[in-house]
Design a protein around this ligand. Structure first.
Ligand code: NAP
Length: 290
């Protein structure tokens, strides 16, 4: 069984690659990336490193050669990635890949306002229609991304949010990587979708309480509407398009699209997922040291 990881030099791709090299013969691990030179250390450990760029379909034909099962890590350009992912799916099918595992989002349905949803939904549809076996890993929001949010809240004493009391089942990227590696090495996950979540659904008030506890300083929740949140993000230096993307996640939480908690991480990996508290405690300590 030869397995591949696209986007192997990204944060998630690198973690999945390291886990695969612990569990498989390195010659059976194919790492695809736009920047093979950044994976020289993994090539030295015996992994097969190949160039692959979803925007260059000609690079994909050879990239998937000899691969049985691949993790398709979603790319970053929200406007173009559905098309990019379709090119990767077609190339994988043409090369004889049997199963593609895709990093998606919870509840990629029509009504979900998260800006990432349309391209994830389009990719899931393309995979379902591809003739390949598929597995969707619907990763909730990374817990690690709350570390800078909480640092800012501790500094100002205010956690500004438009999520209302909406909950999010934040998941550590470590657990997303472990779940992906598990599905790559195990049989029996064909044509299944898993919500990859942390152990709890967390509200803004919960985050403020965690921040208060970890920093020994009071942090209060300040609720604003979407427009005010976007204006604040722009005032903080974010381009408007990026601010709208960022603000779409608390909107999705407010509307109940991110609060589902699953047991998939433990079922797939054998270990319980990290809590947001743990990720924040470690992240705040690291930030304080740097
Ligand atoms: N759940 C969440 O909270 C959350 C947050 C942010 C992002 N995401 C999604 O999850 C993915 C993985 O997260 P991450 O933290 O590893 O992100 P990251 O470190 O920013 O990595 C970006 C990834 O996109 C790949 N990529 C970009 N353009 C590509 C192209 N043209 N062809 C092939 N691959 C391309 C990169 O591959 P190479 O550079 O190796 O070619 C890399 O794996 C992201 O790309 C994004 O879709 C999820």
């Amino acid at each position: 069984m030869t397995v591949a990881v696209t986007g192997a030099s990204g944060h998630l791709g690198r973690q999945v690659s390291d886990l695969l090299l612990e569990h498989l013969d390195p010659a059976d691990v194919v790492l695809l990336t736009r920047t093979p030179e950044t994976l020289a250390a993994l090539a030295e450990r015996g992994a097969v490193v190949r160039h692959a760029d979803f925007t260059e379909p000609s690079s994909l034909a050879d990239a998937f050669g000899g691969v049985d099962r691949a993790l398709l890590i979603s790319a970053v350009d929200l406007e173009r990635r559905a098309e990019q992912h379709r090119a990767a799916i077609q190339a994988a099918a043409a090369a004889g890949v049997r199963q593609l595992i895709y990093t998606s989002v919870p509840e990629p349905s029509e009504g979900n306002p998260a800006a990432v949803v349309p391209s994830h939904r389009a990719t899931e549809e393309a995979l379902r229609g591809s003739g390949l076996a598929w597995t969707f890993l619907r990763n909730n929001l990374y817990a690690e991304f709350q570390v800078p949010v909480v640092r800012q809240a501790i500094a100002s004493g205010r956690l500004v949010t438009s999520a209302g009391s909406g909950r999010t089942a934040y998941v550590s990227r470590d657990d997303c990587a472990a779940a992906a590696a598990a599905v790559l090495v195990q049989d029996g996950h064909e044509n299944r979708a898993y919500d990859i979540t942390g152990p709890d659904a967390i509200s803004p008030q919960d985050i403020a309480s965690l921040a208060t506890e970890l920093a020994h300083r009071p942090v209060e929740v300040v609720q604003v509407d979407d427009d005010a949140l976007i204006a604040g993000l722009i005032a903080g230096g974010l381009p408007e398009a990026a601010a709208r993307v960022v603000a779409s996640f608390p909107a999705a939480a407010r509307e109940g699209f991110l609060g589902g908690v699953s047991t998939a991480v433990e079922e797939l990996t054998g270990a319980p997922p990290r809590s947001l508290r743990d990720v924040l405690a470690v992240g705040l300590e690291e930030a304080a040291r740097s």
